[in-house]
Write a new protein. Sequence first.
Length: 567
Amino acid sequence: MLTVYDEFSGVGGTSRGASFVPGVRVAAAANHDEHACREHARNFPDATHYQADVTKLDMTKMPRADIFTASPACPAWTDANGVRRDFDKANAVQHTLPGLDANDDEDPKLAARREEYRRSRLLMEEVPRYLRAMDERGEPVLVGMVENVIQCRLWAEWDRWIGEIRKIGYQVRVIAFNSMHARPVRAPWAPQSRDRLFVAYWHNSLNRSPDWDKWLRPQAWCPTCGEWVNAMQVFKNPRNDMGRYRAQYTYVCPKVSCRHGQVYPEVVPALAAIDPTKPGVRIGDRVKLGLKDLAPATMGRIRAGMVKHWAPLLTPSDGMPQGSVSTSAAAPAVRGSDGVALPPLLVPVEGRPDKQAAPATEPMRTQTTRSETGLALPFITPLRGGGDKNRSRAITEPAGTVTASGNHHGLAIPPMSFLMRNNTPRSNAAQMCTPVTEPARTVTTAGHQSLVTWASQLLVPYYGAADSAQPAAEPVGALTTRERYGLATAHSLDVSELPDVDDVLFRMLEDDEIGRLMGFDSLFRNEAPSKRIRVRLYGNAVCPPVAELIVSALVEAVTGESLERAA
């Protein structure tokens, strides 16, 4: 059994991911935060815990482990709070920031920046310090992993720091990875776009290297090759080895036959982590219920999100042209004369500018240590004329009059109307769907179960021909002598027909939803005394599915035995 020592362990994201790997046991963890240590111990009661300033731990008394993982705190590496961090130009001799002389201490903000840099640098030095101590003891760590934000790669002392690890006797791999692309074996998927830097290392004495292609290349559908492939990561600037997905690197098909065309790894949408039984509060009722009004910026984001993501979704279903089926066949949750299926909106509520609401049918943006994301949820809206035309109702209210001509009420619910396989760019509608009125298809480690987006053109099988709709962007199935496919297409809704923003249901994401967005499984416990603390602990964590993949590759290098790539 290989042992893990998890330094800067936090609530236990790395530990949880490592614990999913066969033959691995979390033996020790260290963190300065009382709540983090308590929750880590709750989930790993057999591990030894050190609640202390890690930089003050006596390395001669620390336990040796086969696998050493570390996630040093990252304040100095980020551009948090709108303050540009210029650590990339730091003076390596004085360990200060440029332009910060003694007089700068008069400015508390500049003094805090200097302290943050000093502290973050000191925490990074803990990695070679522990490795060196174990090597000098004659019991070198076999493999390990460091996690941080991608800006850490710009650190002026990066090459020197990496060199320290190599000098102790390790080979090193720098990894840029987005958590939404992790294809774990046992951990849940993380429906969150979270770009992070990882440094993996393994001792020279192992005489073999991890099979990174096996573990870090996500699956993607190549439309040219007409098959699923293990996508290759390609940086736009070949000299780079770190950056954000899409901004600095993309994925391409590994086959020369399609000229390495760009592909889009499969992902799971944020809605997979959201509890639809918690509807939220009608925005227009917040004040009378004793809640604070939403900030103007938040309201503006909701309105903009409604126009961008909800306006195109009115789908007529009165007629059924010959040879086609109504969209209600593909979306049973939408019935009657007309229907809409609106994706909930994930709404940033922090004060920072340039934030936009995004549909929950995409992976969530990066979760921070604060609760900064609200959820704009369903409402009932009448779909015919008359005085009630623009009067939307929350689902907690009685519905409007049901007339003899049919049901004129569309239910705008989280788009659980379809389960989809999302393997395309956000602006492209190529999904494979099944209605949620049926049991979900087998949930595999490929994470195929997610939700349909709002602009799909679907070839919908009927006459019992198949069990799922098929995107029109893919080849149709075998055609028989009978008509088998109808075309389900959404058309635009005039902006004037959108409901009033006061009728939208709104709530903040709950901490258990944030845990699922991070990729924590249902058995993991985070029982910190307040939601604020629980959210902070989750936001500081490493996504378990990513840790599982990297540790799996390292364990194979140690044992020489192949691990199953799929459950």
